[in-house]
Design a binder for this molecule. Structure first.
Ligand SMILES: Nc1ncnc2c1ncn2[C@@H]1O[C@H](COP(=O)(O)OP(=O)(O)O)[C@@H](O)[C@H]1O
Ligand SMILES: [Mg+2]
Length: 282
């Protein structure tokens, strides 16, 4: 392929993901994004000229070892942080000129977040935790109660509305966090190491839930250092030292519902077999 010496628009295109067939829209994009941190006189280039598009309805894993820039990239595409240079767009809109308040409004409208450590309020019941984003958005009490109940039912925790985090397992806490991410009806869910604090079985349950949301049309971005977790997505983008070193479709995608079936569990009906620590049915 003949390329001129200077990077052309075509060149950029090639480096970014070819969107799924059928002309699906790019919902999140970063173009030549860099992020440099300065800490006690030391400069860390966490991201160097990263360009990628995430298409509507895609499930993408951002993979890479610790320190490769995954969380930095997620914070930037999630509009939680700004790049040092480069362009960030959500739903086709460039966000560089927006104020903090405008960014927050866009974030609340489009994006739900799930974090490794769940980030639930400790002495607060599941339903009240899920209601929080609606409270911030000024939604009235009756509607908050209805929507938070629906969100908890969606993650199969309709029977745990008043349980506080300490009264729930890790997997259940993460499902409350997923309900909290969903309650605002986002089109995008960003999950940073969502299975990082979970045993393998609860991790598969969380991935099943994220795949189910994706099947329902939500764009899902999973940040993980774990190749097995990443293979639940349709596409893996791999970072090393702040640079994309791989961006490809997953050939042998893992379907978490099938893994659960193999483990003798069925989250939908609540039927569970006895499963050993390593995930084998005992
Ligand atoms: N707030 C910060 N201040 C200074 N350096 C940071 C900050 N956040 C991240 N870094 C550095 O940026 C690099 C990428 O970090 P991060 O995006 O958290 O990686 P990952 O999520 O892949 O583990 C690391 O070298 C990290 O030490
Ligand atoms: Mg990280």
């Amino acid at each position: 392929m003949a390329l001129g010496p200077a990077p052309s628009d075509d060149d950029r295109r090639r480096r970014s993901w070819q969107c799924l067939p059928g002309g699906r829209r790019s919902v999140l994009s970063v173009d030549e994004v860099s992020k440099t941190y300065f800490l006690e006189g030391v400069e860390v280039r966490a991201l160097c000229d990263v360009s990628m598009d995430i298409c509507e309805g895609q499930m993408v894993s951002i993979m890479g070892p610790s320190g490769s820039g995954k969380s930095t990239l997620m914070h930037i595409i999630g509009l939680l942080d700004r790049p040092t240079s480069g362009i960030v767009s959500i739903e086709g809109e460039e966000v560089g000129e927006l104020s903090q308040n405008e960014l927050a409004a866009l974030r609340n409208k489009h994006i739900g977040f799930v974090f490794q450590s769940f980030n639930l309020l400790a002495r607060t019941g599941a339903q009240a935790n899920v209601e929080l984003p609606l409270l911030y958005a000024g939604v009235g009490g009756a509607e908050r109660a209805r929507r938070s109940r629906e969100a908890l039912e969606r993650v199969e925790l309709g029977d745990r509305m008043r349980h506080t985090p300490s009264q729930l397992s890790g997997g259940q806490q993460q499902r409350v966090a997923i309900a909290r991410a969903l309650v605002t009806n986002p089109s995008i869910v960003l999950a940073d190491e969502p299975t990082g604090n979970l045993d393998s079985r609860s991790g598969v349950e969380v991935m099943a839930m994220l795949q189910e949301l994706n099947d329902q049309g939500i764009t899902v971005v999973v940040v993980t250092h774990d190749a097995n977790v990443a293979r639940h997505s349709q596409r893996i983008v791999e970072l090393r030292d702040g640079v994309i070193v791989r961006d490809e479709a997953v050939e042998d995608r893992v379907i978490a519902a099938e893994e659960l079936a193999q483990l003798g569990m069925n989250t939908a009906s609540g039927v569970r077999g006895v499963v050993g620590d390593e995930g084998e049915v005992t």
